[in-house]
Design a protein around this ligand. Structure first.
Ligand code: ADQ
Length: 489
């Protein structure tokens, strides 16, 4: 329980995620160079001042030797990070295999491996074994660092087996689990060979969180239909033990974006971009290069728009910034060449000697460049086929205080639930609908743009990542106090 001593000292929070928020580069046998990466989760938890947070996760590098492991552990400790060391084979089977080839596509309604992906299904059992083994390795590290009163917050589909492992070590440990992807309909989840084992293991947590109410409902249905348990308004009940299930929509550190726009280097960048694209409207896509982001569909919709609206051909440009990810997985390599082919065809078709309609970049942009791009954009295109939330849509809105541009947003992104009233919602599979929405957005009168923007801006600046993290952890503390009261009754 939360007693007086815990109020005096900050409560310790152990954040467990597959990847640590640092990138490590080896500089010698026992020296490492570390860089803290800033992402949504990092700024969310840095922003929550009432906790003393530590991170536990994989550093993203294979460190086979003990000297290297020791040195990295020491270096990471300064950043409040604790490494889990996974060898290459485990990473291949657990991360590339089970996580990214099975769970990720399934949770985004892309099905289980078929045809060429079927070959990998045969090794499904060994991948699942590696998944459990990896989760057990995370649990070992958590258990080693856990102190009474700590809160343990597990993140994402990589660690669905972790709550169970942790509770086996210590049934009193306060364990929360949050999923960053959608949780699919129970009809989809039941295709998964290890469906029951994963659900049971997640249910070992005290609190289970999702981005939207729909995902929480799908999870409860999977537990009732597949496991035969009882769903209640609070969560899932198994023989008198309640696992609380609820929605905690994530946000961004909006202040960080708003402040960045004031910086001289960002202002310079904005000026440059405005000159570069003078006389043309700027449309923007920013995504990890992933099947779920619907990048080919987005580009095809832009092509249809140009085809049907010749008067716009030299007046609009689409900037698509796509960071390659998971480049070891063949499906992702195929997607890259598919996108390149489509972009090449469209630029060949509608380009002139001096200008092309699509600028496609295969890389990430640094934070300041990204802010400048968001700020000069007239229309942002977020056309995910499925997306847990989608923070790009939030970041765009945060940077649009002066421009009040339009957001075209997939109805299959979690963000559609929160930004739906301000955005133009589209079905990304319907290319013609997206194409006509582009026309609508480009022609939208200023007063309508302003009204829509204001709605979204209010949401993005009030529902921040800090608020999200604080709400989840305080709910986790409350859940445990309530459970204790129930057992005392
Ligand atoms: P992602 O699938 O990574 O996250 P998203 O929420 O959009 O998707 O976050 C991407 C982040 O990476 C953003 O902060 C964005 O600025 C950055 N980014 C993307 N492309 C970039 C580029 N080319 N250059 C620089 N930065 C780039 C998962 C789920 C989401 C969920 C989040 C958080 O898939 O649905 O919203 O976790 O829970």
């Amino acid at each position: 329980g939360v007693d007086g001593s815990e109020r005096l000292h900050k409560q310790r929070l152990l954040v467990v995620a597959n990847r640590l928020p640092v990138s490590a580069v080896r500089k010698g046998e026992d020296s490492w160079q570390l860089e803290m990466s800033v992402g949504g989760l990092v700024s969310a938890l840095l922003g929550v001042k009432e906790f003393d947070a530590r991170w536990i996760g994989w550093a993203g590098v294979n460190v086979p030797d003990e000297i290297g492991q020791k040195a990295l552990t020491t270096a990471l400790a300064e950043k409040r990070c604790i490494p889990v060391f996974l060898d290459e084979d485990i990473v291949h089977q657990y991360y590339n295999g089970y996580c990214n080839n099975m769970l990720w596509p399934l949770f985004h309604y892309l099905g289980l491996p078929q045809e060429d992906r079927l070959a990998t299904t045969r090794s499904f059992q060994s991948q699942f074994d590696a998944y459990k083994k990896a989760n057990q390795m995370f649990a070992d590290v958590v258990n080693k660092h856990y102190k009474e009163g700590d809160v343990v917050w597990c993140h994402d589909y990589h660690l669905m087996f972790l709550p169970k492992c942790l509770k086996e070590y210590n049934s009193k440990m306060k364990v929360g689990w949050f999923l960053h992807t959608p949780f699919p309909s129970s009809e989809i989840h039941r295709m998964l060979p290890s469906r029951s084992e994963l659900l049971r293991s997640v249910l070992a947590a005290d609190l289970v969180g999702f981005h939207t109410y729909d995902y929480a409902r799908h999870f409860v249905s999977a537990c009732t239909r597949i496991l035969g348990l009882e769903g209640t308004p609070e969560g899932v009940e198994d023989q008198g033990k309640l696992t609380r299930v609820a929605a905690f929509p994530i946000g961004i550190d909006s202040e960080r974006f708003i402040r960045a726009l004031e910086l001289p280097q960002v202002q310079d960048h904005i000026k440059e971009l405005k000159e570069r694209f003078a006389g043309r409207k700027v449309m923007l896509g920013v995504d990890r290069l992933d099947m779920i982001k619907g990048i080919p569909q987005k580009i095809l919709a832009f092509e249809e728009f140009l085809e049907e609206n010749p008067e716009w051909r030299d007046k609009v440009v689409l900037l698509q910034i796509a960071v390659p990810t998971r480049t070891d997985v063949p499906e992702y390599q195929k997607l890259t060449s598919q996108v390149h082919e489509i972009v090449g065809r469209i630029n060949g078709r509608f380009g002139t000697l001096t200008a092309v309609p699509i600028h496609h970049l295969d890389r990430s942009l640094d934070f300041h460049a990204l802010c400048a791009l968001y700020a000069v954009t007239d229309v942002a295109l977020v056309t995910s086929l499925r997306d847990g939330m989608n923070l790009v849509s939030y970041e765009f809105v945060a940077c649009q205080a002066s421009k009040k541009g339009v957001l075209i947003l997939s109805e299959f992104a979690g963000a559609a639930q929160s930004l739906g009233a301000g955005a133009i919602l589209v079905n990304p599979w319907n290319i013609s609908e997206v194409a006509s929405s582009i026309g609508y957005a480009l022609n939208m009168p200023a007063d309508e743009r302003e009204k829509r923007h204001n709605h979204n801006f209010r949401h993005v600046t009030t529902h921040t990542s800090q608020e999200w993290a604080a709400t989840f952890v305080s709910e986790l503390n409350d859940t445990i106090v309530e459970a204790q009261l129930r057992t005392r009754q």
